[in-house]
Design a binder for this molecule. Structure first.
Ligand code: IMP
Length: 430
């Protein structure tokens, strides 16, 4: 397939990094189209000494580990300069070449007032807090929509940046002092802190929409690297407990500048169970010893914030919704090894809402928080599957579970993951 979009199927943290790293082998361009340093992708690759190296990436596309791949941070992203430059510095220190990286001049910059407002707004909401990652994402997208954001091309021009900052900060400081009752921010301090980062970023700035469009037109293969996930999409997700961007498949087009006709394949990554961080309804959550066991076995702690993830059984209803709204061609089922040893394994196949059985996922919090899952139960498997590489060699019960998920969701599971490493992967078709 030429152009492939990878999305998170549910509420994020599905380990998309591993698949993206895998697919990047065969692609010419890897594009990150949305979100910011709220995302965290862990990629584990074999090293020359026969061991493994782990990379934790937040904004830099996972394709960066492939030296001949063009890596693009496209228009839909919001970029925290300190975090991004820190990531580049750490990568370079480990010998990763970042020469093939391009950053859109249209990317919006996450500034210190965005991070502060994110924190203050969460505090103000109290019990209704969203449980954001605290990276200033919501306030940065808010400014973008209000057309007062500062974009990369302005940021890397010291005169223009100083002008724009002074203009925006005037209002932000009114907000900070009069509404939130905190100290104003100093433009001089922000400039002193950020100008060296602007300097470091200038060589990477590019008209990425055109670059990617020309690459696609000339037959180059493009991989769209999703961050966050479908149920966190500001329109299609479980609003208001969502992020402020479009992590579902359609967002790849908007955030990059490539038309929908150019997309050949859409793969969603899901775990064999479900997790969520932050607040919001989660019908299959196991807030009990079982959930704790899944968390420990699956090492379910956030890459970005270190927060323990809420864990539960696979929510087939949510997954089916995700398949529909993304127009999925393929499913990647990960973390199958984590389910080893459970006597039984469950998948929600319907919800009970107001005494009625429903199969269509209600994406609004008002209805979703009243849904009770109706499960289908499967016999578990005691065998370790982490060294299995052929689908037919999986325990029969594991195969039955995989096939039931596939049938219920109506999308082929073409790849399975049975561990963190690149090689712990099972391809079902070639
Ligand atoms: P924000 O994106 O920091 O504004 O957070 C909004 C919601 O999205 C919160 O529930 C976060 O926990 C969630 N979220 C944001 N990024 C990620 C991610 O990469 N993985 C999982 N959840 C995320």
């Amino acid at each position: 397939m030429a152009n492939t979009v990878v999305v998170g199927a549910m509420w994020g943290d599905e380990s998309k990094g591993k698949l993206i790293d895998f697919l990047a082998h065969d692609k010419d361009v890897v594009v990150r189209w949305g979100g910011g340093s709220n995302a965290g992708h862990t990629v584990v690759v074999p090293n020359a000494e026969g061991g493994e190296d782990e990379y934790k990436l937040h904004l830099v596309p996972s394709g960066i580990l492939h030296p001949n791949t063009l890596c693009v941070v496209a228009d839909g992203v919001v970029l925290d300069p300190a975090s991004f430059v820190g990531e580049l510095t750490a990568l370079k220190a480990r010998g990763v070449t970042c020469e093939n990286l391009k950053v859109s001049g249209n990317v919006h910059i996450v500034l210190p007032y965005h991070v502060l407002l994110d924190e203050l707004e969460e505090k103000r909401k109290g019990k209704r807090a969203l449980g954001t990652t605290g990276r200033g994402i919501g306030p940065a997208y808010q400014d973008k929509a209000a057309r007062v954001g500062i974009r990369m091309r302005e940021f890397v021009d010291p005169t223009l940046f100083a002008e724009r900052l002074a203009e925006v900060l005037e209002f932000k400081n009114e907000l900070l002092t009069k509404i939130y009752g905190v100290q104003p921010l100093s433009a001089e301090k922000i400039l002193a802190e950020l100008l060296p980062h602007a300097e470091a970023l200038r060589p990477y700035v590019d008209d990425t929409a055109l670059r990617v469009a020309y690459a696609a037109r000339s037959g180059k293969k493009v991989l769209f690297e999703g961050a966050q996930a479908t149920l966190l999409d500001i329109d299609l997700g479980t609003y208001p407990y969502v992020t402020s961007s479009h992590p579902s498949a359609g967002g790849a087009c908007i955030g990059t500048g490539l038309g929908p006709t150019q997309i050949d394949q859409i793969i969603a990554v899901t775990k064999s169970y479900t997790t969520r961080v932050g607040a919001g309804a989660f019908p299959t959550e196991q807030n009990n010893a079982l959930g704790d066991l899944i968390r420990e076995r699956g090492a379910e702690y956030g890459t970005t914030t270190g927060r323990p993830r809420r864990c539960g059984w696979l929510d087939g209803v949510a997954l089916r919704y995700s398949a529909l709204v993304n127009g999925l061609t393929d499913l990647y089922l990960g973390h199958l090894d984590v389910l080893t040893g459970f006597e039984e394994v469950k998948m929600a196949v319907a919800y009970r809402l107001n005494g009625e059985e429903i199969v269509d996922f209600p994406s609004d919090q008002g209805r979703l928080c009243r849904c009770e899952p109706i499960y289908k139960t499967f016999a578990g498997w005691p065998e370790d599957v982490s060294e299995i590489r052929e689908y037919a060699k999986l325990p029969e019960n594991a195969q039955k579970y995989v096939e039931a998920v596939e049938e219920y969701v109506g999308v082929p599971i073409t790849t399975l993951s049975v561990g963190r490493r690149r090689d712990q992967t099972i391809f079902r078709e070639g």
